[in-house]
Write a protein that binds this ligand. Structure first.
Ligand code: 8YV
Length: 315
């Protein structure tokens, strides 16, 4: 039997590439110099797309593949997939939830600790010889016992809050409704009110058109000059212009960011700021999690073409 034909949008580690190539006929979109010409050539044969969270599949790509039946996303976020186009054409969509939750939460909490305690500068203090020549490193701000806000108490937000509870923090959260599994934490529906409560505001919302710029100037100013915003979701959840302006003039204390508009080509103004921690969208980037994500991408594709139930469907 001939193998199903897959369009691979971005690279995967070798441990995923080898079994993907064995099970499917794979066209590597990311290796093509002329992407439009490549799509025009292979698109008519493509039955499945294997993509990554931040790359997704837009309408043009979907429409270039008239036989497309399934899109398998390597990531929990599927905001970069044109779901409307998929609904219209009856295309199934899958993602990789759960397997990455703990690592994403770990990185968010690590970013808070790293920035609040000035650990990047402290490392440089040691390496540059400042410790010996100038003496003690400047004092930084405490984390434990302070106030945290979690904007979006889904799987990742819940794991962030659970970790913050271990730091004895006063935790509040915002979501569409209060959660019965969050009895120890305060529900504050309005993001601005949540931000007023928070010394540390975690942005852990699944991104969509509805959440675009949910962290706008009002939320940013409510976090305030002493506060920190930590974003481990999607850049589109924050008004990046407002964020850069507030970081620049001190209306926001600091920001720890794993995601950026136009990444990896982030706005160069971020590089000029001293009150930011910049991370290369790697919250799910552990060997353990990435192996599980790759497996789930293949399991979803395999299930689709075998006519079985999809392990983790979105659509
Ligand atoms: C990326 C992510 O998919 O889970 C998500 O939504 O954004 C990440 O896990 C990852 O960088 C792999 O591309």
């Amino acid at each position: 039997m001939s193998k199903p034909v897959i369009l691979q949008v971005g690279p995967y580690p070798e441990w995923d590439q080898v079994p993907l190539d064995a099970a499917f006929t794979v066209h590597r979109y990311f290796e093509a110099d002329d992407k439009a010409a490549f799509l025009a050539k292979v698109g008519p044969d493509v039955q499945g797309i294997a993509t990554r969270g931040e790359l997704g599949a837009d309408r043009a790509m979907i429409e270039a593949c008239p036989q497309l039946k399934v899109i398998s996303v390597y990531g929990v976020g599927y905001d970069a997939v044109d779901l409307e186009a998929c609904r219209e054409k009856g295309i199934r969509v899958t993602n990789t939830p759960d397997v990455l939750t703990g690592d994403v939460a770990d990185l968010g909490v690590a970013m808070m600790l790293t920035l609040s305690r000035g650990m990047v500068g402290a490392e440089e203090w040691v390496r540059s010889g400042n410790w010996a020549s100038k003496g003690l490193y400047p004092l930084k701000r405490r984390v434990f016992g302070r106030k945290a806000g979690v904007l979006g108490l889904g799987r990742i937000g819940f794991e962030v809050a659970t970790r913050l509870a271990g730091f004895g923090m006063d935790i509040a959260y915002s979501d569409v409704s209060a959660k019965d599994y969050a009895k120890d934490w305060t529900f504050i529906a309005d993001p601005v009110e949540l931000a007023k409560h928070a010394d540390f505001l975690f942005v852990t919302l699944a991104a969509s058109a509805a959440t675009r710029h949910i962290v706008g100037n009002d939320v940013i100013e409510a976090v305030g000059p002493e506060g920190m915003i930590i974003n481990i979701s999607r850049a589109s959840n924050i008004d990046e212009e407002a964020l850069i302006a507030a970081l620049g003039d001190g209306r926001l204390g600091s920001a720890a960011l794993d995601v950026f508009e136009g990444e990896p080509a982030l706005d160069p103004r971020f590089l000029e700021l001293q009150n930011v921690l910049l991370q290369p969208h790697h919250a799910s980037g552990t060997i353990e999690t990435r192996k599980a994500m790759g497996q789930l991408v293949r399991d979803n594709l395999t299930a689709y073409f075998a006519g079985s139930d999809l392990p983790t469907p979105v659509l």
